[in-house]
Design a protein around this ligand. Sequence first.
Ligand code: FEO
Length: 173
Amino acid sequence: MTKDLLKGLNEHLKLEFRASHEYLAMSIWLSEHDLPGFATWMRKQSSDELLHAQRIIDHLVERDQKVALPAIAAPPMTWKSAEALCAHVLKNEQDVTASINELYAMAEKAKDRPGVVMLQWFVTEQMEEEAAARAVLGRIRLAGNTGVGLLMIDQELSGGAVPGMPAAPAGAA
Ligand code: FEO
């Protein structure tokens, strides 16, 4: 693996861990604001981000490359609204996508085939994650950021009815 790609993959870990941390904080805020469907969605996203970081760590370890875990700053614990929160999720995902695309280009240029294959998974995943965040944000903008409209979307998220949303796991709060 080239030094640049190793550095880039280690730096990318920070985006995944930071997203996990932020999504967990968002899930707490959403629970505090009586939006259990949104909270469950963000809790799952938080867990998924940890798995994404783990996927890159496993790749580096399997290839006998040095992993450098990043320091993660404390996330914001309050949000202006559910809409502002979801807009931030979409922006986060777009930033992650940009980083993945850069890493993919680096791996291709270096003819690092295992790296390309590993990053291919992330290319697809990012497309899905952006689509899901965009779908939720779009529905908030359609139905309204407060009151009955927001409650309706919250119920949809509880039942997995929003396109791109997985059904909430059984027993999830
Ligand atoms: Fe792992 Fe949602 O980016």
